[in-house]
Design a protein around this ligand. Structure first.
Ligand SMILES: [Zn+2]
Length: 450
């Protein structure tokens, strides 16, 4: 085993005064997308991050007194925990599946895997494995698609609650164009949503998201129901997919002939608001971007998935210039890794093809503070500011000979962080902390790796 979940006996409980030593890196505001030199970056090398009752209370360069339990990670990088704003928990089983584009990928790989989650035991085991895998990749918060089964949502909420994680999820809605075992109906789905909202929404760090998979798998009646549920409860999120693939866009135009565009299908049903997160958004036009800006809805940019399924190149610059909120997401299992480092690296490459050279800061911000603010969670997660939850990860600056050499010759902080993103992955992760509790710890050192 290269890594393990930290057993309860090994976990440091919140309440203790904790101080973590390392190189603290976060953002105080949003950086410009293509500038290596940014005043938005806050780098505090060799500082102690102070944590009390699960929250960050400050940082200082001097060692704290003996009332603080000291955890010394001198020389390592401490970042806010990553936020993955669009990921599918049942799709770990189909990650890296060959040879399909979106629509046949769903039929061939994804729907059979999701059907297995009807079994409560599978849903529970799958949720535990999924959240522990997120923690083992440095992701401490996520917005997640489980399956249509109520049991899959319950299992995910329970596992998230056990780990103290900020998780947003909800029952997937699909009442057409899916196999029988994965279809619901309007009334049954509405009841399930209401029961799950009543039980879980706002409990601790959990929130409910109304979750129509995407327009083709819901009837007008079901999308209207989703809009009613969203309007009925304060603080609900909405998550879905939009304009990922050109065949999909054509299909939506056939299915919803009165809609101006794919995005307009969701607008027509009252599904766009400041808590709406739409995966992909590759094939949008100016009117769509204006609609996103005006509603406050955000696009979750999923570069690994977009490359893997051959979906297309998301227009980051056009979206940002139009005032659209954005976050970064793995979209596993369309994406091929839960690692947000790999996701950032793919994001850089996609935007390079699209003509924009994103800075390391723009990428890292999108995976931390930017995502937190887009989700309305900027006062809880996404940076190392006092008052926020102590969700953070400790990383090696390098864990291979090539990466170590690259760090040695890097001339400035941007170069170091950019190389860390491009050359790194979850093997760099040392520890993941959630609300001041260590939830994942690597057990072998980089040197012991072949
Ligand atoms: Zn997705």
């Amino acid at each position: 085993m290269s890594e393990h979940r930290v057993s309860p006996a090994q976990q440091r409980q919140p309440g203790a005064r904790l101080a973590l030593r390392g190189d603290l890196l976060d953002f105080t505001t949003a950086p410009a997308r293509a500038e290596a030199d940014s005043a938005a970056v806050r780098f505090r090398p060799d500082h102690w991050l102070l944590i009390e009752h699960g929250r960050i209370v400050g940082a200082q360069s001097a060692a704290p007194d003996a009332s603080w339990q000291q955890v010394d990670h001198k020389g390592k990088l401490i970042l806010p925990g990553f936020i993955d704003s669009h990921v599918h928990s049942p799709q770990l089983d189909v990650i890296g599946s060959w040879g399909a584009q979106l629509l046949d990928w769903l039929d061939t790989y994804t729907f059979p895997a999701e059907a297995r989650m009807a079994d409560p035991a599978q849903a529970q085991a799958g949720s535990v494995q999924f959240l522990d895998a997120l923690l083992a990749h440095g992701t401490t918060s996520a917005m997640v698609f489980p399956t249509v089964h109520k049991t899959s949502v319950q299992a995910l909420f329970e596992a998230a609650q056990t780990r103290g994680m900020r998780v947003i999820t909800g029952k997937v809605l699909m009442d057409r164009h899916a196999p029988e075992a994965l279809r619901d109906d309007v009334d049954g789905a509405e009841r399930a949503c209401e029961e799950l909202i009543e039980r879980w929404h706002g409990q601790g760090r959990l929130a409910y998201a109304v979750t129509p998979r995407f327009a083709p798998t819901s009837t007008d009646a079901q999308l209207a129901m989703a809009g009613r549920v969203l309007a009925r409860h304060a603080g609900l999120y909405m998550q879905t997919h939009v304009a990922e693939n050109r065949d999909e866009v054509r299909w939506v135009a056939e299915l919803f002939p009165t809609a101006r565009s794919y995005l307009d299908v969701y607008a027509m049903h009252g599904l766009l608001n400041a808590r709406a997160v739409l995966g992909h958004g590759i094939w949008l036009d100016d009117a769509d971007r204006a609609m996103l800006r005006d509603s406050g809805a955000q696009i979750a940019f999923c570069p690994s998935s977009n490359l893997f399924l051959g979906s297309g190149l998301f227009g980051w610059a056009a979206a940002e210039d139009a005032g659209v909120k954005m976050s970064l997401a793995s979209d596993v299992g369309g994406g091929t890794s839960l690692s947000m480092q790999r996701t950032m690296a793919d994001g850089y490459k996609v935007q390079a093809l699209a003509g924009t050279k994103l800075s390391a800061w723009a990428l890292l911000h999108a995976a931390t503070r930017g995502s937190a603010h887009a989700l309305g969670l900027g006062d809880e997660v996404g940076s190392l500011e006092a008052g926020l939850m102590a969700d953070l990860c400790v990383w090696d600056w390098a864990s291979s000979d090539v990466a170590r050499r690259r760090q040695q010759v890097a001339r400035d902080l941007h170069e170091k962080v950019f190389a860390w993103i491009m050359l790194g992955d979850e093997r760099d992760l040392v520890e993941s902390w959630v609300a001041g509790v260590c939830r994942h710890r690597r057990t072998r050192t980089p040197e012991s790796r072949a």
